[in-house]
Design a binder for this molecule. Structure first.
Ligand SMILES: Nc1nc2c(c(=O)[nH]1)N[C@H]1C(S)=C(S)[C@@H](COP(=O)(O)OP(=O)(O)OC[C@H]3O[C@@H](n4cnc5c(=O)[nH]c(N)nc54)[C@H](O)[C@@H]3O)O[C@H]1N2
Ligand SMILES: Nc1nc2c(c(=O)[nH]1)N[C@H]1C(S)=C(S)[C@@H](COP(=O)(O)OP(=O)(O)OC[C@H]3O[C@@H](n4cnc5c(=O)[nH]c(N)nc54)[C@H](O)[C@@H]3O)O[C@H]1N2
Ligand code: SF4
Ligand SMILES: [Mo]
Length: 707
């Protein structure tokens, strides 16, 4: 049998790992391996990425559009028929209720296809509906809120590869291959290289994670106390004079207000609240602020899923602000843009713009965050009667049934829709509730570019690459690249679709390469030139340096606007939802699953049979629990059942369960699918202002053994 091998890159997660893809003589995918010669990810790739042949060839893969029948079963129909029927139902809803009755939810699976990643947003815009939702607002949109309340340094933070220190609050990049500012191109190797040149790593996490084990200083606080901890660190910095005084004098407008508001966060109080010894807090703060002159603080989902998430994120960035950890005039911008247009970076502050206070406001008083409404308000949009009530929802590459807080209210909302359409290759919990399921091609069946909207987070240099489609879809399948479904519907609804600002021909469908060319419209080299470098290319040209700022600029960072000050005061006050609960439940991710995806592949099932409640061994003894005992976990908002397992890396007082498992109530087999942790979360209480971010970590819980 002839076997051909081609270079490509994995598009399951942010890693974009370089791989070699083999196909058999029928053109089907037979093997994916890490590309040892990849200059970018240096031979790294994870186990779930290597299961792509199983995913592509799976007997459970959806190969033709599915239409749900009155009895709940599905029948296969043709693509054009499915689009005709959906368009007809959309036309009715639009005529009767207006375009605002139609919305969309973009999930993680829609982000890693550059021909389609903005299609749902662009389609809704053409339709005239503001009802775009995505996972961004049930993830780290606190970063957007922070930029809007504090202001922005356009050149960005001190980069990882030049810093003397790197501080991570609640992120585990060695497993998640994510975390803003970390070099995730083979994260373990890049960290080793950085530490070999002297960079120090500080990690703050209730669990001694894979990343924490490599840290120079590791703080292990109770979950949910990051805001208190960071306020204490900031107070210490200002009190001891470890801040960058020249930077603060020039760029901070309200340092004295900040100093005042931080006063109650004494070391004693912070040590008691976080359960971290005061000496450790001082050591971490000193390493970051005093012993290191450059290097940034960052955060990931840990603090951003917890209560006070917008505040915690604000305080993380304040560490960078008071210590002046930004790229300065004359220094190089690591990635000034490869596919994205370049713009001049000046050494000055762009003032707090509070974008969400301008423009469209939803009937639930939420404004737009980067053009989207907060997903934490999606269930209200569907369930609350009134003008613009959502009646039709498109789910693009997501599984909201398991990703959203409050499983039962989510299911209630999704089942109440007049029309639910999901684009996915798997019969997910959300797909099962859909009227139509439209199957996309999978990654190695389509040409692609790296996820361009976040390219500067992916690559610390102006790097990009192209992969052609390498393998053919399964025989007898009827599938399209994701974008086609939006184009096909726009055409039927008489809409002019623009992709990334460019009008598409609405009579003849574009090709995927034509859409990629639009994604690459600002790149100084053509798509064909990019494609000539199978390992990708770093764009040639002189380094882009930060330009001097305007010395007369009146703009300053706003460190303590009234709403942030009020949130800080509330954080000092403690958690009133917790009395009577002995533990806090922390979010965490598994290496072998990607939220709800991958865990249904046979090879992954063998490695990851379910999602237990992980506990510290001493807590297990105290609860009279043994490895594998069945337990019930209860929060103020719900209850679930699973098994208890030992994790000696977890601190006492914390239970950790991974999300994305389980399925629809009454239809799920817990031994096969595990359990949804969103049985314990609330979609009503505990939401943050501005982004409606739910509380998905640091949940107060109790645990008890089941007979
Ligand atoms: N293998 C794998 N990779 C993934 C994913 C996956 O499911 N699997 N998901 C992808 C997605 S969607 C995202 S958003 C990224 C997320 O990337 P990360 O944020 O790095 O994800 P986690 O590995 O869950 O790390 C979060 C850490 O926060 C800690 N934590 C929990 N609560 C708190 C708290 O209150 N305070 C502090 N300080 N820490 C806390 C947890 O113990 C955990 O170690 O990962 C992406 N990559
Ligand atoms: N309790 C709790 N809840 C959480 C979290 C938590 O930590 N705790 N984390 C939150 C976070 S950070 C996130 S990002 C969300 C995740 O929320 P979602 O993104 O909604 O969930 P996923 O399970 O990642 O769903 C991605 C889907 O995309 C599909 N897919 C993969 N590739 C493609 C493709 O090429 N095209 C199409 N059309 N589909 C594709 C996959 O099969 C999968 O079903 O969950 C959130 N929910
Ligand atoms: S870390 Fe794994 S899933 Fe993510 S891009 Fe790399 S191989 Fe793919
Ligand atoms: Mo996420």
């Amino acid at each position: 049998m002839t076997r051909q091998t081609h270079h490509s890159f994995c598009r399951l997660c942010m890693g974009h790992c370089g791989v070699r893809v083999s196909r058999d003589e029928d053109g089907r995918i037979s093997k994916v391996e890490p590309d040892q010669e990849d200059p970018f990810t240096l031979g790294y790739a994870c186990f779930k990425g290597m299961q792509a042949p199983e995913a592509h060839n799976s007997s459970e893969r959806i190969l033709r559009p599915q239409k749900r029948q009155p009895d709940g079963s599905f029948v296969a129909i043709g693509i054009e028929q499915a689009l005709d029927e959906i368009a007809e139902r959309l036309t009715g809803i639009r005529q009767q209720h207006g375009p605002g009755a139609i919305g969309g939810y973009k999930g993680g699976g829609a982000f890693f296809t550059s021909s389609s990643l903005m299609m749902l947003n662009d389609w809704l815009r053409a339709l005239g509906s503001p009802k775009a939702f995505s996972t961004v607002t049930i993830d780290q949109s606190a970063k957007y809120v922070t930029a809007g309340r504090l202001g922005i340094w356009p050149a960005g933070r001190d980069p990882f590869h030049r810093g003397e220190v790197f501080l991570i609050v609640g992120g585990n990049p060695l497993v998640s291959v994510s975390t803003v500012g970390f070099d995730t191109r083979n994260p373990a190797k890049r960290l080793k290289q950085a530490q070999a040149r002297g960079m120090k790593l500080i990690v703050i996490d209730p669990r001694r994670t894979e990343t924490a084990r490599a840290a120079d200083i590791f703080l292990q606080p109770l979950p949910g106390e990051d805001a208190v901890l960071l306020a204490g660190m900031l107070r210490l910095i200002l009190e001891r004079g470890w801040h960058d005084q020249a930077f603060c004098a020039q760029y901070v407008g309200d340092l004295e207000t900040l100093r005042e508001q931080l006063q109650p966060f004494t070391l004693e109080h912070v040590a008691q609240r976080t359960d971290v010894p005061a000496g450790h807090i001082v050591a971490a703060t000193e390493l970051f602020a005093k012993q290191s002159r450059r290097g940034a603080a960052t955060s990931a989902t840990g603090p951003d899923m917890s209560p006070h998430s917008n505040l915690a994120e604000h305080l993380v960035e304040l560490l960078n602000v008071v210590c002046g950890r930004f790229i300065r005039a004359g220094e190089e911008v690591p990635n000034p843009g490869a596919l994205l247009p370049r713009w001049p970076r000046k050494a000055e502050v762009m003032p707090a713009a509070r974008w969400w206070e301008q423009g469209y406001q939803s009937r639930f008083q939420f404004g737009l965050l980067d053009g989207e409404l907060p997903t934490g308000s999606l269930l209200d949009e569907i369930l609350e009667p009134g003008p613009e009530q959502l009646r039709a929802l498109f789910v693009h590459g997501g599984n909201p049934a398991l990703a959203m807080p409050d499983l039962s209210r989510t299911v209630q909302a999704l089942t109440s829709l007049e029309l639910l359409v999901t684009i996915d290759h798997r019969m997910t919990a959300s797909a099962e509730l859909s009227h139509y399921v439209l199957p996309p091609t999978l990654q190695y069946e389509r040409p692609d570019l790296p996820m361009f909207i976040y390219e500067s987070l992916l690559f610390p240099e102006p790097f990009t690459r192209y992969t052609p489609a390498l393998v053919s879809p399964p025989p007898d399948s009827e599938l399209r690249d994701d974008w086609y479904y939006f184009w096909g519907l726009a055409k039927r609804l008489g809409l002019q679709l623009q992709y990334w600002g460019q009008a598409l021909d609405m009579t003849t469908a574009p090709t995927t390469d034509e859409l990629l060319r639009i994604a690459a419209q600002h790149c100084p080299v053509s798509l064909e030139d990019i494609a000539r470098h199978p390992h990708g290319l770093v764009l040639a040209g002189p380094p882009v340096l930060v330009e001097p700022g305007d010395p007369d600029s009146p703009h300053r960072f706003t460190t303590m606007p009234p709403d942030v000050a009020a949130e800080l005061a509330a954080a000092l006050d403690g958690d009133h939802s917790a009395p009577g609960y002995a533990y806090r439940l922390a979010a965490r991710r598994e290496r072998d699953a990607l939220n709800s995806a991958c865990r249904d592949l046979p090879a992954i099932r063998r490695r990851l049979p379910g999602n237990p409640a992980w506990m510290n061994p001493e807590d297990m003894r105290a609860e009279n629990l043994r490895e594998g005992d069945r337990v019930a976990v209860e929060s103020p908002w719900g209850r679930l059942e699973t098994v208890a397992r030992v994790d000696e890396n977890l601190r006492r007082g914390v239970i950790s369960i991974t999300h994305g498992f389980g399925g629809l109530p009454g239809r799920v087999d817990p031994d096969r699918d595990g359990v949804s942790v969103n049985l314990l979360t609330s979609s009503v209480s505990q939401r943050q202002a501005i982004n409606a971010m739910p509380r998905m970590s640091a949940l107060p819980v109790n645990i008890c053994k089941l007979d």
